[in-house]
Design a protein around this ligand. Sequence first.
Ligand code: KIV
Ligand code: ZN
Length: 516
Amino acid sequence: MTAKAPLIIFDTTLRDGEQSPGASMTRDEKVRIAKSLERMKVDVIEAGFPIASPGDFEAVEAVARSVRDSTVCALARALERDIDRAGEALKPAASGRVHTFIATSPIHMKAKLHMRPEQVLEQAVSAVKHARGFTDDVEFSPEDAGRSEVDFLCRVIEAVIDAGATTINIPDTVGYSIPQHFGELLRQLLERIPNAHRAVFSVHCHNDLGLAVANSLAAVLSGARQVECTINGLGERAGNAALEEVVMTVRTRQDVFPCDTRLNTNQIVPTSRLVSNITGFPVQPNKAIVGANAFAHESGIHQDGVLKSRETYEIMRAQDVGWSENRIVLGKHSGRNAFRSRLKELGIEFDSEQELNEAFTRFKELADKKHEIYDEDLQALVTDVGLEARDERCRLVSLRVCSETGEIPQASVILNVYGEERSGQASGGGPVDAAFKAIDGILQSHSELQLYSVNAITGGTDAQGEVTVRLQKGGRIVNGQGADTDIVIASVKAYLKALNKLLQPKPRAHPQMGEL
Ligand code: KIV
Ligand code: ZN
């Protein structure tokens, strides 16, 4: 049997994913996610947009230093100063790629860039040539390709391949395309551009009409051999194509696709959880592949069928995408070594013994409250540990809530704020409301609560509740997540995580959509 052509998986969770309102990540969080993507054998990790801010630059540099087995990519507009920053940030990479872009649609060229098509073409070519000064691996994107004229696209792409671009990425920037047309666009480009065989063609689809994955796969059937995607479909506005859906469709339907990825699919669920915990973006229960219900059979007919033969109603095996069988993995008598090695199996490693000790102390506290500790509990527990936690400006010292039938719930809270202990009390409609008001009395955050949701991490009434909180202040949106067997404490942890993000300096807005 002849081996199938490789389908390159380019993950942009750390760049386009981070452009979801409220999903900004710290440098260390990005490194943790990048290591998880590397473990999953993602081919290319787009780590950020170095010109956007010093923080973005440092994050790309840190990812480039930590990742060895995936190519690390940095985004740059088609401007020398952007490309210089990208090239600089990628210096420590074992394998680095510069991804440069400029818009080619009539509306973007006229209304945003105020440039004539000939000027755009010239700038694209000189950007690619400049990027080749840093690396042989240069990707070029004609932004808003989905709404660009095909003749012009062909001219630009032919010219940038001649200038040295090795990957040509076709973005459906505004999620406007439909699968039949997008597949046809790729087919035409590959057929009409004389030097197309000298580059890998890639696609990058947004999900505004819910078609990002369908459009990406239609393009793959037409010959695209790289897909840009994100974990959980995170990304600007309605998000990008979800990595897990693209990869599992191609893997499951090998009868249809002429290519396959090299992905270690059993890392999909742990990585999805890590991204959700870090960004505070919950995964909807009915989300394909990584949603809590993705492999749950509710109807009796289905359950009966699956018990008789799994294939009656299941097209994939849950364990192949990394769902554990809800095994009790650890308990209160488990030692530090068992704890460390189970985390290692889950792909979680700590930077220092101090972090491991901190996590182990939390594990023991949890095991006292909850006898059976599952993988999901461990994953939620370790997200709180480490540098991210050390960056906290305010921390919970203690919380007391009184909730009784016929009485108004009361909360008393003590916080450590910039090293100083401060206390507050409040009453509220319920214990969570009272606790949030008590915190607000201390911090005076003046933020607006946009979302509050609770989800049980595992089954049973002693399960940890995972709470997501979204806050808005002055146009800035942040998310926080917290987990605990006590949902009021989980809520307070989530609230404080979000408030801590608001207390950090505001990251600079990503400039690529507005300016050139
Ligand atoms: O959506 C888009 O066009 C992008 C480009 C920078 C590739 O994210
Ligand atoms: Zn995008």
